[in-house]
Design a binder for this molecule. Structure first.
Ligand code: F6R
Length: 358
């Protein structure tokens, strides 16, 4: 069940009365507003028996991911016509610049690896708060992608406006319908995570990843950089994700047991290569934000260039090891940390227990 909504813009005034909202400009003249249907319901904004919103939202990931996949994956493949991105537009893209803050920026770091790898399009990822304060050199066929759950983050909105001011096409990946970024971008890819009440993002982050993966897969198809067979198998992989997430969430108690063992950690280092490095960035941010434990994320091979001097007894090093071709390399960095006294934890793919021998 949905709810009707009207959006107030800057320099407008709203008057709320029972069952009625009226809008005025600064001269006091009434403004007619279009009504927009918001598909979120009130129940989605309640805790529904979970101890807190973040836990509830973590458990909502399978549905959020499934809904977001289903919004663009149709029988024939990925379909972006509702977003307004036609094949012709995609063919023209010369390079992509992703601009975002915090966790949304970390999604951009993953997207950079995936889009470059699949679609051969150069991608640059930028922190929005930096983007707006330097000289920007755009290519006229560049696509600027703004990622934002709320659609209201000031630096991301300013980046969007700057790109538009310079005549560059913008695509927003946004969760909140009718938010400023969604209203102002040329094209909008809505993630269907539902309301995210917890301050720290979880399910919206996951759906942003889905949005970026679907863009990468479709861009690759249109640019002809992957075969039809690979395209179909990547879509199959996408469709299998909600069940895989559900399976991981069933391990909640085991995960809590692992965390309980590390409750006294003072410093935590997340290390990984490629996408595992991007995931480390997000893991480290969540560690700081939620556990108040100091944490850093390092590209595994970079740690030795100075920071390794901080690795000593009692430091927890979490190696993210989800990619077979980079597994041994990161394991060797973990071994180096162990020799300096670190306690190791490995995050590997399901059934891969070899890291426990370290
Ligand atoms: C971290 C977190 C923040 C947001 C960032 C951007 O858990 O939630 O880092 O990702 O503030 O917010 P949005 O996506 O609303 O632009």
């Amino acid at each position: 069940m949905g709810t009707d909504a009207q959006f107030s813009r800057n320099m407008q005034i709203g008057r709320l009365q029972k069952g009625k909202a009226t809008f005025f400009n600064l001269d006091g003249d009434e403004i007619e507003k279009e009504r927009v249907e918001i598909k979120w319901d009130a129940e989605a904004a309640e805790k529904s028996g979970f101890e807190h919103f973040m836990m509830k939202e973590i458990h909502e990931q399978p549905k959020a991911v499934e809904d977001t996949i289903n919004s663009v994956v149709k029988d024939e493949g990925i379909e972006f016509s509702e977003i307004g991105l036609e094949d012709e537009d995609i063919r023209k893209i010369s390079q992509i610049r992703i601009v975002a803050c915090g966790s949304a920026y970390h999604v951009g770091v993953v997207a950079q690896y995936v889009i470059e790898d699949l679609a051969d399009i150069p991608v640059r990822v930028e922190v929005a708060s930096e983007f707006r304060y330097r000289k920007l050199i755009f290519d006229k066929n560049e696509l600027v992608v703004i990622i934002s759950q709320s659609g209201e983050t000031a630096d991301s909105l300013a980046a969007l406006r700057e790109a538009k001011r310079q005549g560059i096409r913008t695509l927003a990946i946004v969760n909140v319908v009718g938010s400023s970024i969604a209203r102002e971008a040329d094209n909008v890819f809505y993630t269907l995570a539902g309301p995210e009440i917890a301050v720290a993002t979880t399910k919206a982050y996951s759906t942003q990843l889905i949005a970026c993966y679907t863009l990468a897969i479709q861009f690759a198809k249109i640019k002809g950089t992957i075969s039809e067979e690979r395209y179909q198998s990547l879509i199959e992989e996408l469709l299998s994700l909600p069940k895989k997430i559900t399976k991981i969430l069933k391990e909640k108690e085991r995960i809590q047991w692992f965390s309980a063992k590390q409750i006294n950690a003072k410093d935590v280092f997340f290390i990984g290569r490629g996408i595992d490095y991007a995931i480390s960035l997000e893991g480290s941010l969540k560690m700081k934000e939620i556990s108040y434990i100091h944490s850093e994320a390092y590209a595994a091979g970079e740690l030795k260039h100075g920071t390794i001097s901080l690795i000593e007894d009692g430091i927890l090093v979490i190696g993210v090891l989800t990619q077979n071709d980079l597994y041994e390399k990161t394991v060797s960095n973990m071994v180096e940390c162990k020799s300096r006294g670190a306690y190791l934890m490995g995050l590997a793919t399901y059934g891969n227990y070899s890291v426990s021998a370290l």
